[in-house]
Design a binder for this molecule. Sequence first.
Ligand SMILES: Nc1ncnc2c1ncn2[C@@H]1O[C@H](COP(=O)(O)OP(=O)(O)OP(=O)(O)O)[C@@H](O)[C@H]1O
Length: 254
Amino acid sequence: MIRFDRVLKKFGDNVVLHDLSFDVKPGEFVTLIGPSGSGKTTILRLLMTLERVNGGTIQVGDEYLTHVERGGRLVPADEKHLRLIRRRIGMVFQQFNLFPNMKVLQNVTEAPTRVLGLSRDEAETKARSWLEMVGLSDKVDAHPSQLSGGQQQRVAIARALAMEPDVLLLDEVTSALDPELIAGVLAVLREIARTTDITFLCVTHEMQFARDVSDRVMMFDQGQVIEDAPPGVLFTEPTHARTREFLHAVLDRT
Ligand SMILES: Nc1ncnc2c1ncn2[C@@H]1O[C@H](COP(=O)(O)OP(=O)(O)OP(=O)(O)O)[C@@H](O)[C@H]1O
């Protein structure tokens, strides 16, 4: 579903991703871990086409983010092509960025009506079922300011799901939350991963969550995957010294 092939990304002279290749299969839940500045968020931003590669290719499904086939020739991807790919990718960030003046239900129906062209009735029916899935059926008429951070993040998750993405990118979704609200958000994500065939690429410092929910965990260091294994292996028998150091440092902090 996602393929990075020899991707190079630099900001000025700073080479952030160097010859990076990895695959994520349809329906897999893959988590990226690694030290601050190792390039994890950059990978998600490339997939959202908020950044462009300096070399190599990125594929989502059968489409390339970098180029498109026209009349048997490969030409650079244009904005129309990127928009179509972007629709297949949802993202939930650390900041919830809900529309403050809209009620919860409207926050979830806005993009499906405007972007996917759903009727208001259809969008509302779907939105109610997503809001039920994230445990917020009783909050459809609330405004975001009346909700806790954890509830707001669950609205943001429902809003992403309402676009029916093939791929959902999660970037430190619990970092801005008080500790007592984190478990509820992670439980919702765990349930979505279990019951849908969405492909997940997740950046998190929540090692227990990564361990519980991931099919694979990729340890990142200096723009490269240095270890890629199921969580049961990576967390208990990491083969790379950098992975061991990183896990010790993170687990000591918690
Ligand atoms: N827009 C930008 N302009 C210049 N440098 C950038 C930009 N975005 C990221 N970088 C640099 O790229 C490197 C990787 O950043 P990135 O945010 O991807 O790391 P990360 O692994 O997600 O870190 P963290 O865990 O702290 O979020 C860092 O050195 C960062 O300073």
